[in-house]
Structures are given as structure tokens and as C-alpha cells.
Write a protein that binds this ligand. Structure first.
Ligand code: FEO
Length: 403
């Protein structure tokens, strides 16, 4: 896709990675992604962010369609993660910028990643404004959104916020704006991104939004570093981020499991049936069919997480440990946890899962359920009774914390 002028003399010069599935090394994308970068032609010709290393040559071609790359004198690095900054060594060598603007933490990260001693890095202060000609840019540090180095760039004369990872979505498309896609689909992709990238730092989101309001930034376009540029849904996107950050539980349960000979799977299905009967929406994930990032896409606003595994060598199956490890790092809030699974002789797995969910801060109102060998009809009924109890606590949790 060629460059697109998104504001007068400001161009999208990113690249589209149509076939990416492994995003950031741990999250799965269904629709690829984009690495967005923006070029502003003004007295100081400024490039905001770069792209993944593998696209460095295409990126240079994008820039060259607008301006001789060697005329770029200011390079802004909002975020040093390699999907944005991976091309830096190549780009710096080719364009030889007069200055590289980044946060103070960004300076440390640039040194740490690239070991460059002769780059003209000039860290900016939080909220500093730099004039670039008839336009200016104000920087705001957004630490941990997504890394400690992260900052965003606001160009007040154009009401344009360049937001790096924030408000990103993994959508590879020929379209650059958000005006061709249903808001529900866009929000769903934004939620998937948030749930896997931003969720652990949710407490910082309302503070960042408040800071933007205090600074009086009148934004009419958000240009993230991944996915579509927001112009129709600026307010919706900000509201969605506040909603994601709150993690208000809805009457929904996420059940993930792995299974050896389908007994744990049958237990999962019995629990799903029992919960559904009690007006709880259920999402069921066999981890051999689903990626942990897809499960997280439903966890952020669910009220209960049920994890199942047969006992295998006194432990849980590896995919269940993977799911629990991943989920623990993302620190979901306002949940009920529950562990279940089948066993043949020792039966530790339900307690291990239960305890692991409890360590994440989840409430554990119902004892874990271990099933010796295959369940009888009466034991399936017991699982339905467990589901009844869980549903009761789910409705209570939603009444307490839900929206
Ligand atoms: Fe898309 Fe945190 O980098």
C-alpha cells in the first residue's frame, strides 16, 4: 500500500503485514497487522516511528515517494519495541537524522537494544513541546502503555494524536481508516489487542485519559502504530479503553481445558450446560484448538474462569500450565475461579488450577471438582449442582462489580 496523506502534509508511510500470526511473540492475530509510521513535511521534516526490521526496505520506499529520505532531520521514537523501532539501525544509517527524539527511558532502551554510541539521541521531557515549523508536537509519557519508554505525540495544529501501541488493532487491510468497518468488529479487535498487551497496566489508562483532558488536547484523529487510523471512532475508542480498563464483569464464564481421553472435556461441557441453564453466557476453549490470546479476549469482561485438566504425572497438562502462566501475567480483575478435572489415581490437577486462579486474586467460592475415572449419571448431576452454585456467585459478583 502506498503512502496516504492523513492530514495536510502528514503521511502514513507504514507497511501492511498481511500474513502475520505471531504478534509481539505471544499473541495471535487473525487478520495480520500493520506497522504504522507517519511523516510530517514542515520546516523540520519529521518521521514518527519506524517499522519492523523485515520491512525496512519497503519502508524506505514508502518515504521516498514523499520526500528524499535524507531530508528527514527529526526522528521521533515513541516506543522502542522492535515492531516499531526494529528498523532504526538501517533508517538512521540511511537518513542520518539531525536528532532522534524519545523519552528519557527511551534513550536507555535505544542504547540497550542497539548499542549505538553515535546516534544524535535527544531525550524530551514529559509534556515538552517541540516546534517543527508551522506545526509543533507535544509529547506525553505513557509509561507501561506499553513499555516504560512509551510516549505519545500530539500535533495540536492538526488535532492529531500519534499513539504508538495504544488504540492499536491487528487488522491488515488496504483501507487505512476506520470508516469501512463496523464499530463492533473494530472494538472486538481493539479488545483482543488490549486484553493481550495492555491489560496488566489497566490502572494507568484512566490516568492517561485524564491527563490528556487536563492538557486540553482536542483530538479528532488517533493514529496508532498498528491497524486502522481512527477518525470516525475517536470518542468511541477512548470510551472503549476506559471500559476495558475497568474490567467490569458481565454474566459470562470462560471455560478452558485440555483433555486426554475426553473425560475432562465432558466435564467442561456439563459445566457449560449447567451455567447456561442459569443465564450465564459461556465460552468454551479446548486449548488444543485455541490460542491462549483468544481465551484472554473473553476473559477481560467475564465473571468466572473455569480451568480443567486431567491429572498427568501429578500435575496439569502442559497447555493448561501455559494458559495459567499467561493469564497470571495479564492480571485479570473481578473474577471467580474454579478448577476441575478427571484422574485415575492421584488427582492433583483440579486443586493446582484452583490454587493458581486464587493466586491471581480470583474468588474461590466453590471447592475444586476432581472426578475419579469416568463420571456416572449421578456425577454429571453433581457437576450441574456445582454450576448452579457458581452461577449464583457469578450473578452476585456482577451485581457487585458489573456495569
Ligand atoms: Fe507494538 Fe509494544 O509494540
Amino acid at each position: 500500500m502506498g503512502p496516504i496523506e492523513i492530514k495536510p502534509d502528514i503521511y502514513w508511510v507504514g507497511v501492511v503485514d498481511w500474513n502475520l500470526r505471531n504478534f509481539h511473540g505471544y499473541s495471535r492475530t487473525k487478520q495480520g497487522t500493520t506497522y504504522n509510521a507517519y511523516l510530517m513535511i514542515d520546516d523540520s521534516i519529521t518521521l514518527f516511528d519506524t517499522v519492523d526490521w523485515k520491512y525496512r526496505e519497503e519502508f524506505m520506499c514508502q518515504i521516498a515517494q514523499i520526500v528524499d529520505p535524507e531530508k528527514i532531520d527529526t526522528l521521533v521514537v515513541n516506543h522502542v519495541e522492535p515492531d516499531h523501532a526494529g528498523s532504526l539501525p538501517y533508517i538512521v544509517d540511511r537518513i542520518k537524522p539531525k536528532r532522534i527524539l524519545c523519552s528519557k527511558m527511551g534513550q536507555k532502551f535505544i542504547q540497550g537494544r542497539f548499542h549505538a554510541t553515535d546516534w544524535p539521541v535527544e531525550p524530551v521531557s514529559n509534556e515538552q513541546t517541540v516546534r517543527l515549523g508551522r506545526r509543533s508536537v507535544q509529547f506525553l509519557e505513557t509509561r507501561m502503555l506499553h513499555w516504560p519508554d512509551s510516549m505519545v505525540s500530539f500535533i495540536p495544529e492538526e488535532r492529531l494524536l500519534i499513539s504508538q501501541d495504544a488504540f492499536g488493532q491487528n487488522i491488515a487491510s488496504s483501507e487505512r481508516y476506520d470508516d469501512w468497518i463496523d464499530w463492533s468488529e473494530l472494538k472486538s479487535e481493539m479488545a483482543h489487542y488490549y486484553a493481550n498487551i495492555i491489560l496488566p497496566f489497566s490502572a494507568k489508562v484512566p490516568k492517561a485519559v485524564q491527563k490528556i483532558q487536563e492538557l486540553g488536547w482536542d483530538i479528532d484523529m488517533i493514529a496508532p502504530d498498528h491497524g486502522l487510523i481512527l477518525k470516525e471512532h475517536v470518542a468511541d475508542a477512548i470510551q472503549a479503553y476506559l471500559e476495558f480498563a475497568e474490567q467490569k464483569p458481565t454474566p459470562k464464564a470462560v471455560i478452558f481445558y485440555d483433555t486426554m481421553w475426553r473425560t475432562t472435556e465432558k466435564m467442561a461441557e456439563a459445566l457449560a450446560s449447567g451455567l447456561s441453564k442459569n443465564d450465564i453466557s459461556v465460552k468454551l476453549y479446548h486449548l488444543k484448538s485455541w490460542h491462549h490470546s483468544d481465551v484472554m479476549n473473553q476473559v477481560w469482561n467475564c465473571a468466572a474462569v473455569l480451568g480443567g485438566s486431567p491429572t498427568h504425572n501429578n500435575n496439569v497438562l502442559p497447555l493448561v500450565a501455559d494458559m495459567l502462566t499467561y493469564m497470571q501475567g495479564l492480571r485479570p480483575k473481578h473474577k471467580i475461579g474454579f478448577g476441575f478435572g478427571s484422574y485415575g489415581w492421584s488427582g492433583e490437577s483440579p486443586k493446582i488450577i484452583h490454587s493458581w486462579l486464587g493466586k491471581m486474586g480470583m474468588e474461590l467460592p466453590v471447592e475444586p471438582f476432581a472426578q475419579l475415572h469416568a463420571p456416572t449419571h449421578e456425577e454429571y448431576q453433581k457437576l450441574h449442582q456445582v454450576a448452579d452454585k457458581l452461577a449464583e456467585t457469578i450473578h452476585a459478583l456482577v451485581a457487585k462489580h458489573g456495569g
